[in-house]
Design a protein around this ligand. Structure first.
Ligand code: A2P
Length: 333
């Protein structure tokens, strides 16, 4: 790592080699950039702060609208000498549901690379299918109309993802929000199996079945909402408000966020944690030089489980048909 002044922190973040492709290894904690409402300047400044404290892994998506501010921040970080080049970074983006049509996948990736043009090198380290949901190729709206939902062509879309990889535009390819059933369909069609499945995962939604499946198939699991998310369902934050985690945090002299991130790391899962605050960004990397005890792990294993991101609000309540129901997203794990 050739970064100025931050090499110690950056070097302390372990990395995971991904099975597929020639991607740079994935740092075990990444910074998420899903933030609503979108303030591009805040994203750019937060990414720069993150690079300064040692982050080398950044997660964006077409739907978040943060590809450009991330690209701008990377260009500025290179200009300022915070990193020597874009190759020091691991960058993920995601294909939106309106783009999940075999002939639209490559153009969508090219559009993403154009948005991130300031990344200076025309590739992503990881490109993910954002949801196992297909929406007509209409301009994206949030929520989408139910009548715009279509059956998902798992084989066609995945083969188009493979083409992105073969062209060198995505060093690794994967999926997000896929259950074991969706993964079965992709694996049945794949020459290049997905390298990663990024899903909601934290001590309050532990995804044991899915993790077991992915371990067996060599698919690395990444966690979004590792700290419980941003009150996505309006019921608060079950991770940061957990009494069990608070008790462990107190006993270890750590924060609840650190206990959650440490637990996720101990499960072999990469966290994509969103913070736009420099102190919290820093705190979220300080999880690699201590461990939970067996007693802590037992207590965490007994936390009642609750899924927050159910996918249902991707669609408006109007209309006849929802591919979310058809997609069977909300099986227990
Ligand atoms: P902020 O950006 O103000 O730090 P998740 O990564 O699970 O989506 O959670 C992100 C939420 O948790 C954000 O609202 C973020 O707010 C907050 N957050 C991130 N890191 C910490 C931390 N160390 N302690 C408390 N809250 C945090």
């Amino acid at each position: 790592m050739a970064s100025k002044g931050t090499a110690t922190v950056a070097a302390a973040v372990p990395e995971v080699a991904l099975r597929s492709g020639n991607a740079r290894p994935m740092p075990a904690v990444g910074m998420g950039t899903a933030a609503f409402p979108l303030v591009p300047e805040a994203t750019k400044n937060a990414v720069l702060a993150a690079i300064e404290v040692g982050y080398r892994h950044f997660d964006t998506a077409y739907m978040y609208g943060t590809e450009k501010p991330l690209g701008d921040a990377v260009a500025e970080a290179v200009r300022r000498g915070l990193v020597a080049s874009r190759q020091e970074l691991f960058v993920t983006s995601k294909l939106w549901c309106t783009q999940c049509h075999p002939d639209l996948v490559l153009p969508a990736l090219r559009q993403t690379l154009q948005a991130c043009r300031n990344l200076q090198i025309e590739y992503l380290d990881l490109y993910l299918i954002h949801w196992p949901i297909c929406i007509k190729p209409v301009p994206p709206s949030f929520p989408a109309k139910k009548e715009d939902a279509m059956p998902f062509d798992f084989e066609g879309v995945w083969l188009a993802m493979e083409e992105c990889h073969r062209l060198g535009l995505a060093k690794a390819i994967g999926v997000s929000n896929f259950t074991t059933k969706h993964l079965d369909k992709v694996l049945a069609a794949a020459t290049i199996p997905p390298a990663v499945n990024q899903v909601e995962l934290n001590p309050v939604w532990q995804q044991r079945t899915l993790r077991g499946y992915c371990a067996e198939k060599g698919i690395h699991v990444a966690a979004y909402s590792p700290l419980g998310g941003q009150n996505w369902d309006g019921t608060g934050n079950a991770v940061l408000e957990s009494d069990v985690l608070a008790g462990i945090a107190k006993a270890r002299g750590k924060t609840i966020a650190q206990v959650s991130l440490r637990w996720i790391y101990e499960q072999g899962v990469t966290s994509i944690a969103k913070s736009y605050n420099m102190e919290r960004l820093k705190q979220n990397l300080e999880i690699f030089d201590w461990e939970l005890t067996d007693e802590d792990r037992l207590k965490i294993s007994q936390i009642p489980q609750k899924k927050v991101v159910k996918g249902t609000d991707l669609f408006s309540r109007e209309g006849e048909f929802t591919s979310v129901d058809a997609a069977d997203l909300n099986v227990e794990e």
